[in-house]
Write a protein that binds this ligand. Structure first.
Ligand code: ZN
Length: 135
């Protein structure tokens, strides 16, 4: 079963953006830099889902270009699945347009890929799965 995992919001500064959520009683869980995406992220748990603040480390990066084009705002929505490979297969068969055909690994070890907004109601959609435990 898929469930809402997080909502990604592009911001110019996590340091500036986090205060609003903290004023509402939410706590920043962790900050990390994902080198290959040139982005710094902060996860803020909110109930069963989380808010992910995204701050580019370079202007010429996916989130940096997003900010230049749209300004701060909703960047993506992420759904959590149990089997990401099966989800990718199903979406490909249904004709959904994916941003890339590879499943990628995030800084905390979780797996993810993105569905293009043209196949997801105009919103960039991330499909993610928990890290695979080392045996
Ligand atoms: Zn995300």
């Amino acid at each position: 079963m898929s469930q809402l995992d997080h909502i990604g919001i592009a911001v110019r500064s996590i340091a500036r953006a986090r205060g609003l959520y903290e004023a509402l009683g939410l706590k920043l869980l962790r900050e990390e830099t994902i080198e290959h995406e040139q982005v710094r992220t902060a996860m803020i748990p909110a109930g069963d889902a989380r808010i992910e603040l995204l701050e580019p480390t370079q202007e010429d990066s996916p989130v940096g270009r997003f900010l230049a084009k749209h300004g701060e705002g909703l960047h993506h929505i992420a759904l959590h699945v149990d089997n990401i490979a099966a989800a990718m297969e199903t979406l490909k068969k249904s004709g959904a347009r994916l941003i890339s055909d590879n499943i990628q690994t995030g800084a905390s070890g979780h797996l993810y890929f993105f569905v293009h907004p043209s196949s997801a109601g105009g919103v960039l959609l991330e499909i993610c799965q928990d890290p695979i435990a080392d045996v």
